[in-house]
Ligand binder design. Structure first.
Ligand code: GLN
Length: 311
């Protein structure tokens, strides 16, 4: 087990090493996202006792992007049964880009809730479950799991994505064509884009990771925030699908449930041990943070976190 001292020391090493990586570029397909300082780099770890260890721009706020897919999946797992969810979205990795439309057209059901098609279908399910209150209710869950009083939406990023999100629009129309969303496409997309535009810091992500690492209990307390079964299901999907078409390599090298977002954030969960939040806006061709992936690899190696390791 890694105590706070070991975490402090390893985090310093990993932060320094990962800082040297300068490949990749901030995502530009959402115009507002490209307007960031590419050198920002924050890294936070929250252990099971709730101790927070941070480096760099750990308090810098950015939009959560695809890490919202984990939170929305948890929201839907908390209020609907497996069969109802399975009618709309599966749990298989796609091996494709997060915004791929090809497999959706062939299989007529999104592969999993960690890619855009699946998350848009999940968003529609949340609208059916909560009606008019869907935004309010889901953001309340987001806030609770991120350890915040409330969360705010970055309106500029939201508007930017609304204005330019034609690919997501195409995906949503195809879902509608297959009868996989019940509400008007623009309403579902507006909620989906709002979820992607929630502002967080690496500390928030680390804390969320620690809640998941504790199977739903708040770090350092016995307070139950999530049902253990919901957490098992969400972590399983993150494990196999969270890093998109890099998921197999990620499991091979890092061996932990994780989720990346195109703003440059990565949420990593080491079950029983800790949650990790990383932010560095330079992303690779798959839309994952270059320093985030590197930091994940180094942390897993040095803190011996790989779930399938016998060492
Ligand atoms: N908001 C982005 C989109 O839907 C999220 C994608 C991501 O972070 N990978 O395209």
């Amino acid at each position: 087990m890694s105590g706070p001292d070991e975490i402090e020391q390893v985090l310093t090493e990993v932060f320094d090493e990962a800082s040297r990586a300068t490949d990749g570029e901030p995502a530009s397909y959402i115009p507002e996202l490209s307007a960031v300082d590419p050198d920002l780099f924050g890294l936070s770890i929250c252990d099971a006792d709730g101790n927070m260890t941070r480096r760099g721009d750990a308090d810098h706020a950015f939009t959560i992007q695809s890490v919202s897919k984990v939170l929305s999946h948890l929201c839907v797992l908390a209020c609907l049964d497996d069969d109802t969810i399975a009618e709309r979205v599966g749990v298989e990795p796609t091996g494709e880009d997060y915004d791929s439309i090809i497999k959706l057209d062939h299989h007529k059901r999104p592969f999993n809730p960690m890619v855009n098609a699946g998350a848009i279908a999940v968003t529609d399910l949340l609208m059916s479950a909560h009606g008019e209150k869907a935004l309010e209710k889901t953001l309340a869950v987001y806030a609770r799991l991120l350890g915040r009083e409330n969360v705010e939406i970055d309106d500029a990023v939201f508007q930017s994505e609304q204005r330019t999100g034609e690919r997501n629009r195409a995906i949503a129309h195809l879902l509608k064509n297959f009868g996989l969303i019940d509400h008007p496409v623009e309403d579902v997309l507006a909620l989906y884009f709002k979820h992607c535009s929630v502002r967080v810091t690496t500390q928030d992500l680390a804390r969320l990771g620690a809640v998941l690492a504790r199977h739903g209990r708040a770090p350092g307390s016995d307070e139950v925030l999530l049902d253990t079964e919901c957490v098992r299901k969400a972590l399983s999907v993150m494990f196999s699908c969270g890093m998109y078409n890099y998921a197999g390599q990620w499991i091979y090298e890092v061996g932990l449930p994780a989720k990346s977002g195109v703003s440059g954030c990565v949420l990593i969960v080491a079950p029983g041990r800790m949650g990790v939040g990383v932010y560095s806006p330079r992303v690779d061709a798959r839309g994952s943070s270059v320093r985030g992936v590197l930091a994940g690899r180094l942390l897993s190696e040095r803190l011996n976190l790989h779930l399938l390791s016998g060492a």
